[in-house]
Design a protein around this ligand. Structure first.
Ligand code: DCT
Ligand code: MG
Length: 425
């Protein structure tokens, strides 16, 4: 039988796992000679995690339980499953037996049970039950609507709303984001391809260059990490001269709107002020850059690279995607609108950063979400520093540490540099 009590010990942040491991092995006089035992540092930001991993059956199962926990407002449990999945993602080969996992960090009793079930029976009962649960399915459908969070979805479920059809029939009042989310539900739940991301990159470049020549645009998020698909496309915009970026976002948005490229947008203003906000509260706030959450209308010919000269300002009747006319649901299944539309809706996030904060913004917005969380935890717990997407503050020296590249930030944090393609924790 598996003794898991000491795995939990090794989960504690910052503990020298290998030493603990060796100590326990001696204590239990376990003969490990025949098993490959992996040696993995405990923070995801200390590890190289490529896109592909050797244990997808296990990592998919743990990720599903993480998602279920997050959808149930149990973030602590969600993070525990995410950390466990991330450790398995970093392993150099497939796990074949439980003894190989001895001494690995972040594998709690619950995660180990799931892994054991899968290794022994080919599946985990808990994962299968979760997948089939009406509540999980309803939460996925409802939070799959852009603008709908866990709280709203839970309220609707309490009111017996489990499907898009039931939501439509219920007459619930939807805000502007949710209306757009519902209207473009199918498109927004279809993964964005690299080709589409590139096409949108070209449009964003044209927009930015026409309102501020000399500005720089960088793709961030999953596509910067080398992912082939994503749920959205994220861009970071800056200008080499500090201050020139001020007021840029409304101009970019106006340009995009005038060309008919935006189906929805909401811009939040930059509210970060070092003197006021740092260093006490910068840790995880992503929202204080000038930021635009949008839904792009991406014409088919942009992706095919056969762009026509006319703009999309004039909507044809079938372009105008009114909820009543164009969004039909039959038998709980969403139907595609009648007729062919020559464009598709894509979620796009734009962030503007002053050049002085660019390296921090780039590092903070490249992800993965867990990698970012682990970087901040490492900074706080191991280095007494506060890292945000704006700055790095050293609590011992009581000063900000400046950086003009991601490499410098890793160095300040005492970490080996990990390139974006290996931040897929
Ligand atoms: N981010 C973060 N913490 C959050 C949300 C976002 O650190 N709570 C950072 C990391 C990734 C980046 O912002 C962009 O976010 P997403 O687009 O949600 O993530 P992604 O990795 O780009 O995933 P996807 O490919 O699905 O878009
Ligand atoms: Mg993204």
């Amino acid at each position: 039988l598996l003794d898991i009590s000491w795995y939990t010990e090794s989960m504690r942040a910052g503990h020298p796992v290998e030493i603990l491991h060796r100590h326990k092995l001696q204590e239990q006089q376990v003969n490990e000679a025949e098993a490959v035992v992996f040696n993995i540092p405990s923070y995801a930001c200390q590890r190289r995690t490529a896109l592909d991993n050797h244990n997808t059956v296990l990592t998919d199962a743990l990720s599903l339980l993480a998602e279920n926990a997050e959808l149930s407002d149990e973030d602590g449990r969600g993070v525990a499953f995410r950390r466990a999945a991330a450790v398995l993602k970093a392993l150099p080969e497939p796990v074949t037996g439980m003894t190989q996992l001895r001494g690995l960090p972040c594998l709690g009793g619950h995660s180990l049970r799931v892994i054991k079930d899968i290794l022994e029976d080919g599946a985990s009962g808990e994962v299968e039950l979760t997948k089939e649960s009406e509540r999980f399915k309803a939460l996925k459908v409802l939070t799959g609507i852009f603008g709908v969070g866990v709280k709203t979805a839970e309220r609707w479920i309490r009111e017996q709303i489990h499907s898009l059809q039931q939501l439509q029939d219920s007459g619930q009042t939807l805000n502007r984001a949710q209306q757009a989310g519902l209207e473009h539900y199918d498109d927004l739940n279809q993964p964005v391809t690299k080709a589409e991301a590139d096409a949108i990159g070209e449009i964003v470049r044209e927009a930015v260059m026409s309102v501020l020549p000399g500005a720089q645009i960088t793709v961030i998020g999953g596509f910067r990490r080398g992912k082939l698909t994503g749920h959205d496309v994220d861009f970071l915009v800056t200008h080499p001269e500090e201050g020139r970026e001020v007021g840029l976002m409304p101009k970019v948005v106006s340009w995009l709107e005038s060309q008919g490229f935006l189906l929805y947008q909401k811009t939040t203003r930059n509210s970060y002020l070092e003197s006021k906000d740092g260093p006490a509260r910068p840790a995880s706030n992503m929202d204080r850059f000038e930021r635009c959450f949008s839904i792009f209308k991406l014409p088919e010919e942009e992706t095919r690279g056969t762009k026509q000269t006319e703009t999309l300002t004039e909507n044809t009747p079938e372009d105008t995607c009114s909820l009543a006319a164009n969004w039909q649901v039959k038998g709980g299944e969403q139907m595609k609108p009648a007729g062919h539309k020559a464009w598709r809706a894509v979620r796009v996030d734009l962030v503007v950063s002053p050049i002085s904060q660019f390296a921090f913004a780039l590092l903070g917005w490249t992800g993965s979400k867990l990698f970012e969380r682990e970087l901040r935890r490492w900074a706080g717990h191991e280095k007494a520093m506060s890292l945000s997407s704006h700055a790095l503050y050293d609590n011992k020296q009581s000063r900000y540490l400046r950086a003009t590249s991601e490499e410098e930030i890793f160095a300040h944090l005492g970490l080996d540099y990990i390139p974006p393609s290996e931040r897929n924790a």
